[in-house]
Design a protein around this ligand. Structure first.
Ligand code: FAD
Length: 456
């Protein structure tokens, strides 16, 4: 790879070294908290030494980015956010793991490049994208982010620095992809950007009346578009079960005349009282959202923000769930289980009456090579749930069905799955445990999630 320095100069210059000397409550996106220490340092090579876990913007919903013990120290990657090298011919980029996707987009979309895979928020770091092996609207075509990563610089639990890739220490490389920070702290990430013809996306939106129609339309859209996803009204029942709105898109080679810049973000101003977002308010929202879309197909040109990151327009929207917080249940059901399994799952989820307005359905392509990567070929369904006394029971019920259908849940969104359920849905667990045994035999790396699901 040809190294050039031009981009580094345009990056934010890291300023202070921030020390957090006392244990404090660290929070995740679902508003779960755990006591621990967090240190942010522009020299990640130093702050990761002796750290139990690295974390980025803490956009994982549950306990993946939280410490296992109050005495554990976490290395925040946020001050280590430099672009280290970029080849403008091939689009190969190497950057520190604290670089955010928002900053990457700001730097590269105007230059005609986009991340090969994007999650539904740009407030994530490269390290978080690798550790969760994030998937996007193009999973059916392009797989997860890890499929586009060619090298990682990793600090192991015992302090050693290791460069790994599909050719060098490949077991560590594929273990770190989707490995939830448990095999090593990722210091640098090298990956391939995608050339885009313009910063505009040609979109098609389609209102769909029920689940059967949805699955057919998703599969049809997936054959025509690189990006697809659907919103489902998860409170509609019987003949309306699975009604919703399907969105598909592709990069456009033309910009619209007199194009407007994207709208600014709003900030969610306060915590809603617990219970404000309930079955009734959710039903009103869902019905209004469904009816806001005309029957049939609508076509338009969109900028990347509303198309890829609609939720980012309201900053801190997690406050809408009140101080008790929320979780997201996201599972994937294998294609082999058939559309009946998706139907049955949705029916069970609707019956629990536990979900909020946000329910997303996606078409997933083949399983990737990350040892614990989430997606497998089939259908993924994700729904936010406000936390109540009932939530652990609901998660157990849904897990039961997912296990029987041969599916699995997404670790970065999870908070309530038990060790037993995880082992039952994860045939790759022994391989991952063997990797931990090899690369971190003393279990210096751990998180609240590893404590819950892997015993340490
Ligand atoms: C609104 C919203 C939409 C989302 N949409 C999607 C989606 O469409 N697809 C999808 O796949 N995900 C999605 N996510 C989940 C999100 O992409 C992941 O949780 C991502 O990992 C968050 O990045 P982060 O930098 O905040 O990581 P954190 O939450 O800080 O950390 C997540 C995990 O990565 C580990 N980690 C972070 N940095 C490093 C590092 N440098 N080295 C080693 N380990 C590290 C942490 O230890 C932790 O286990 C969404 C999240 C939100 C809030």
């Amino acid at each position: 790879m040809r190294h050039v320095e031009a981009m580094a100069a345009t990056n934010r210059i890291p300023t202070a070294i921030t020390m957090v000397p006392r244990a404090k409550a660290l929070t995740s996106w679902g508003r779960m908290t755990a006591l621990g220490y967090e240190i942010a340092h522009e020299r990640l090579g130093e702050s990761t030494e002796g750290a139990a876990l690295a974390r980025g913007l803490a956009r994982s919903y549950g306990d993946a980015s939280l410490p296992a013990r109050a005495s554990d120290r976490l290395a925040s990657t946020l001050l280590a956010d430099r672009v280290l090298a970029f080849d403008p011919v091939s689009g190969r980029l190497r950057a520190e793991s604290g670089l955010t996707l928002a900053e990457l987009n700001r730097l590269f979309i105007p230059r005609g490049w986009f991340t090969p895979v994007s999650p539904g928020t740009q407030f994530v770091t490269l390290g978080g994208m690798v550790a969760s092996d994030v998937h996007g609207k193009n999973h059916h075509r392009d797989g997860c982010f890890g499929a586009h990563v060619s090298g990682l610089l990793v600090r192991l639990g015992d302090g050693d620095l290791v460069e790994c890739s599909p050719r060098e220490h490949s077991d560590l490389f594929y273990g770190c992809i989707g490995g939830m920070g448990l095999l090593g702290h990722i210091l640098e990430v090298e990956f391939q950007l995608r050339a885009i013809p313009s910063p505009w996306i040609r979109t098609e939106t389609l209102r769909v009346n029920n689940l059967g129609e949805f699955l057919t339309c998703l599969s049809d859209a997936a054959s025509r578009f690189p990006y697809t996803m659907g919103w489902i009204d998860c409170l509609a029942r019987q003949k309306h079960l699975g009604r919703g709105v399907l969105m598909a898109g592709e990069w456009s080679s033309e910009a619209p005349p007199g194009a407007r810049p994207p709208a600014h973000s709003l900030r969610f101003p306060f915590d809603l009282p617990t219970g404000a977002l309930n079955r009734y308010t959710a039903r009103a929202f869902n019905t209004a959202f469904f009816r806001a879309h005309r029957a049939g197909i609508s076509r338009s040109l969109s900028t990347p923000e509303p198309f890829f990151y609609p939720l980012d327009r309201v900053l801190d929207w997690n406050r809408a769930y009140g101080k008790r917080g929320f979780t997201q249940y996201q599972c994937v059901l294998p294609r082999a289980a058939g559309p009946e399994a998706v139907h049955e799952f949705l029916q069970r989820m609707v019956q629990t009456q536990s979900t909020s307005p946000l329910c997303v359905i996606k078409d997933c392509g083949p399983e990737g090579r990350g040892v614990l990567s989430f997606p497998l070929e089939g259908t993924s369904i994700a729904a936010d749930m406000r936390i109540t006394e009932e939530t652990p029971r609901v998660v157990r019920l849904l897990n039961e069905f997912v296990i029987s259908a041969g599916g699995r849940i997404y670790l970065t969104k999870d908070r309530f799955t038990s060790r037993r359920d995880f082992a039952a849905m994860e045939p790759r667990l022994p391989t991952f445990n063997a990797l931990r045994e090899r690369w971190d035999p003393n279990r210096r790396l751990r998180s609240a999630l590893s404590q819950r699901l892997l015993e340490y």
